[in-house]
Design a binder for this molecule. Structure first.
Ligand code: PEP
Ligand code: MN
Length: 270
């Protein structure tokens, strides 16, 4: 993006994750807890009609005393289970040293909100995925402007990476009824400034499961290209972000819940 002219950058970027006319749903647990837990998660994602599963092996926890993720073992669980169900894996990388390892186990690298402006991480991920089928999802920082977010994405694309997707996940405001505030305007504004797809994470934005489906519908109407949502087979027992995880029943109803809205926007939920 050229901020002085407002000209779109990344024009006609090919994108493996988001095909024209599709509304891509990526679902799964906040974190990989065990083989059985991730297996149940993957089964639910598959049975809900979605092709991408999320899960964290390296977790950016606010407290160093909270569960930090299973690391390498978590990656191995994800790739093994996902391949059984024919799903693609989305997972976060926090440390440049883990990029190669993560790419062996996941198709899409997530860059978390807390690392949105970790420029050396962005460059290394961009260089690592350039010329491969791997993709990257760049979360918007908790207090980042749209311009800062788009410029951060250019650290990745300027290394030659093409399959890059932006993710609005809520920003810090004075409002306390939700964990963060989902910035619907940012979706529309970002899409006017770049051709990179923009997806929405209503789970971290809301921090509460009762708002996830309504915010998902709003995201479709606000021209989003997809969703990143958290789900768990036993939401109340989730080790991380339990309050916001959709149940299996909710996940199975998500496609039907979104389809009328997606249809109105000329898209199919996949
Ligand atoms: C996540 O997706 O699990 C996560 C930690 O997200 P964010 O970086 O948006 O907080
Ligand atoms: Mn989470």
């Amino acid at each position: 993006m050229d901020l002085s002219t407002g000209a779109k950058s990344n024009a006609h970027t090919p994108n493996g994750m988001i095909k024209p006319g599709a509304f891509r749903v990526i679902a799964g647990p906040c974190t990989v807890e065990s083989y059985d837990q991730f297996f149940e998660g993957a089964k639910a994602v598959k049975e809900s009609g979605f092709g991408y599963i999320r899960g964290g092996a390296f977790k950016p926890r606010t407290s160093p005393y909270s569960f930090q993720g299973l690391g390498r073992e978590g990656l191995e669980i994800m790739s093994e289970v996902a391949s059984r169900f024919g799903l693609k894996v989305v997972t976060e990388v926090m440390d440049p040293y883990d990029i190669e390892l993560v790419m062996e186990h996941a198709e899409v690298i997530q860059i978390g909100a807390r690392n949105m402006q970790n420029f050396s991480l962005l460059r290394r991920i961009g260089a690592a995925i350039a010329g491969t089928d791997h993709g990257a999802i760049l979360k918007r920082g908790l207090a980042a402007s749209v311009d800062e977010w788009l410029l951060a994405a250019e650290y990745i694309t300027s290394e030659g990476a093409e399959n890059v997707v932006l993710c609005e996940r809520g920003i810090r405001t004075f409002e306390t009824s939700t964990r963060f505030t989902l910035d619907l305007s940012a979706i529309i504004v970002a899409k006017r400034l770049t051709d990179l797809p923009v997806i929405v994470d209503p789970s971290h934005a809301a921090g509460r499961r009762d708002l996830v489906i309504p915010l998902s519908k709003a995201s479709v109407a606000a021209e989003a290209d997809g969703l990143l949502v958290e789900s768990h087979h036993e939401p109340e027992n989730a080790l991380c972000d339990a309050e916001q995880a959709l149940s299996v029943g909710d996940l199975k109803g998500l496609k039907d819940a979104l389809s009328p809205f997606a249809g109105a926007m000329g898209r199919e939920v996949v």
